[in-house]
Design a protein around this ligand. Structure first.
Ligand code: NAI
Length: 506
């Protein structure tokens, strides 16, 4: 089978089709860009040429090479003109019936050896290929927008797709300068499936009134290193795109609780607060720039109480050394004195439960999130319980801000913001490995390149410690009684035997 395609067809000259046509021409293929709207194809070709001219002007592409690229693009008059194509990539409207009809027609045009690929993001590749005479030559080829910049492509194997078809598409992806990852035909494939962890759990935290949008965005960027907070990200993608994706994956998995969408985005979508493109989403935008609400100032505390740290605190030694650096008076007794600020650092449990179980005075008890190494984060997160006294809350806030690090104080919840979101991301990724959606390595690659996470979900799980992630999930399941937080067996097995999440089973 050919691995380099001399002549290819791209159908649909919208945002995706034109990007695919561009990188295919750059890889050396003759590209016929067909659209049912002939003018759209011509427009796309002139827009792609403009892109190349810009690259020439910036000195990134040689002028003669750009002319060679341009000569490789053409607009066929009719679909039947695609007969010489060795590969046809479809990027038309996201409708199963229309895609099926197109591929049925294409089979009567191209040779039986030609490969067919769909850029669908949410439909089943198997379903699109179902009516074909040769479904083995058809696969999913899922690119991301904008195609030339998003350097990852999912090669999706439908139930009848041959291994040779996937191999050829994988090789061609590399020739186009992209990183291919291999996925089974499952809802959301890799990137859109793995991406369920971030926004949905953040929405649930807002839904519980634990913290507001901006606080959650700040925490996840400063503590966990995400480039964009979940609400900034949803504003950028726009809710008319992201809410239907949440609903689609949830329903395709027959209401699996891990993917449950939120009433918050449903309502905002109905109200037209779509995001940046409409000028208002979770944030308001003035000239395209988000207006961030100011952070609560650090309280001024005249007299700092002594501090007592629960013996069951996570990363206790690290917390004690941090307190020493911050100049706190640390109590060493078996229980806190009458005046002491009482610190707990649970994983997955809420501060209220910890105060009750450890028989601490809830009025003086404040929690701190110690899931991640404090030295590697730019923000500390504290949580109060309903009985925490304002002076104790303020003392903790002022104490942990002494070295200038940002501090957020949130309401009590099972698991802090970062614990909840990271545990959810790691759990969903683990369950994808359990299902065999893709290899752990491809999962990491796809998520890092496709979602721009600081690292892959499994590496993030390793950083926190698989047993800590399990502890967060087990305890959250207890607090919420929600099967959404049940750990994937894949994660449980690795946690139980102390295995790295990136280690493959023999
Ligand atoms: P778009 O709306 O920008 O462009 C679609 C183009 O297809 C239009 O020019 C339309 O005239 C043409 N078209 C529609 N029906 C046709 C037919 N029967 N025959 C020939 N041309 C036809 O759409 P976009 O965003 O480029 O998406 C295309 C496909 O790629 C969809 O399946 C979408 O789900 C998928 N996708 C989109 C991504 C995105 O971020 N926009 C990301 C990944 C996949």
């Amino acid at each position: 089978m050919t691995t380099h395609f001399n002549t290819i067809g791209v159908i649909g000259a919208g945002a995706m089709g034109r990007g695919i046509a561009q990188i295919a021409a750059q890889a050396g293929s003759q590209v016929m860009l067909f659209d049912k709207d002939h003018a759209a194809s011509s427009r796309a070709i002139s827009d792609i040429a403009t892109q190349w001219d810009k690259l020439v002007a910036k000195g990134r592409v040689d002028a003669a090479l750009a002319e060679a690229y341009k000569a490789r693009l053409s607009v066929p008059k009719a679909l039947s003109d695609l007969s010489p194509c060795e590969l046809v990539i479809e990027a038309i409207v996201e409708r199963l019936d229309i895609k099926q009809a197109l591929f049925a027609e294409l089979e009567s045009i191209v040779s039986p050896q030609s490969l067919l690929a769909t850029n669908t993001s949410s439909l089943s590749v198997t379903a699109i290929a179902a009516g074909l005479k040769h479904p083995e030559r058809m696969a999913g080829y899922h690119f991301f927008n904008p195609v030339p910049l998003m350097k990852v492509v999912e090669v999706i194997s439908g139930l009848k797709t041959s291994a040779a078809t996937c191999t050829a598409l994988t090789t061609y992806a590399k020739q186009m300068g992209h990183t291919p990852v291999q996925a089974q035909d499952t809802p959301g494939f890799i990137v859109n499936h793995a991406g369920r962890g971030y926004g949905t759990e953040a929405l649930r935290i807002v839904g519980e009134n634990i913290a507001d949008f901006a606080t959650i965005d700040r925490i996840l960027k400063d503590q966990a290193g995400f480039k964009l907070g979940p609400f900034e990200l949803m504003d950028l993608t726009a809710l008319d795109v992201s809410h239907p994706v949440m609903e689609s994956i949830y329903n395709q998995y027959y209401q699996e609780p891990r993917y449950r969408p939120s009433v918050i985005t449903a309502q905002r979508l109905a109200g037209g607060l779509l995001g940046k493109k409409t000028g208002e989403g979770f944030y308001k935008y003035a000239n395209g720039v988000a207006e961030w609400p100011a952070e609560a100032p650090t309280p001024v505390v005249e007299e700092m109480p002594p501090v007592w740290v629960s013996p069951r605190a996570s990363r206790r030694a690290e917390l004690l050394s941090l307190l020493k650096t911050l100049g706190a008076t640390i109590e060493t007794g078996a229980s806190p004195s009458m005046n002491a600020l009482t610190l707990v650092a649970p994983l997955g449990f809420d501060i209220t439960t910890v105060a009750v179980v450890e028989r601490l005075d809830p009025a003086r008890t404040v929690g701190i999130d110690m899931l991640l190494d404090d030295a590697h984060t730019k923000r500390r997160v504290l949580a109060t319980n309903p009985a925490t006294r304002a002076d104790m809350r303020d003392a903790a806030h002022a104490l942990f801000a002494r070295d200038g690090k940002a501090v957020s104080v949130i309401r009590d919840s099972g698991g802090f913001v970062t614990q909840r979101v990271i545990a959810h991301i790691v759990n969903i990724a683990s369950d994808m490995c359990q299902q065999g959606v893709c290899s752990p390595q491809d999962l990491e690659t796809a998520v890092t390149l496709g979602l721009g996470y600081p690292q892959g979900p499994l590496a993030l799980g390793n950083l926190c410690g698989p047993t800590n992630i399990l502890e967060v999930l087990f305890n959250m399941q207890t607090v919420y009684g929600d099967t959404r937080y049940r750990p994937s067996p894949w994660l449980r097995r690795r946690g139980a035997i102390g295995l790295s999440l990136l280690q493959e089973e023999s």
